[in-house]
Design a protein. Sequence first.
Length: 160
Amino acid sequence: MRNVPTPNRPAVAISPPGRGSQQSLVRPNRETDTTHQMSCDVVFGSPSANCLGTGICRITARTTVQAIQTGQKRTCQSTAALLFPIDKGKGLSMVLTRSLLCVKLYKNHLRHGVLRLDSPYPLPKDLRSTLGLKLKELPAGDYQVLESSGFLRVDFKSGK
C-alpha cells in the first residue's frame, strides 16, 4: 500500500517530549508528554488594512499535499510557519525559517527583534481546536522575535 497524502487535511504532528538540555528555539521544553504542532502559511499585514501595514493578516493550515509540493510560489508577504501551543494552551508559539523569508518581509515585520500587531488577530476555530488553544485571538502589541540557528520564534500570550 502506498502512502498517499490526504488532500485538504492539516499537517499536524505530535512531538516527542523535550529531553533536558536539548531545548532549542524550535524545540523548547515541552509541558506535557506530547505537544501538537501544525504547519501553516502566515500572511503578514493588518487584517483591518486589507493585509497592508504590520501584524498578521491571515493564518491558514497547510494541507499535507501543500506541504510536499515544491516550487510553490509565495508572495513577499507570506511564509510557512510551525505553530504550537505554549502555557497549557494560553499562548501560541510561531517558528519561522529565516531562509524562507524574503528580505522585504523580514525588514518590514521582524527586524530589530520585534513583531508589532497593530490590531488583534482572531485565530481560526479549526486552528484553535486542533492545537487545543484557549487563546481566541493574538492580542495587539509588540512581541519579541528570538533568532537562532536560522530560525525565528515569536511567542504570543494573552494578557500581555
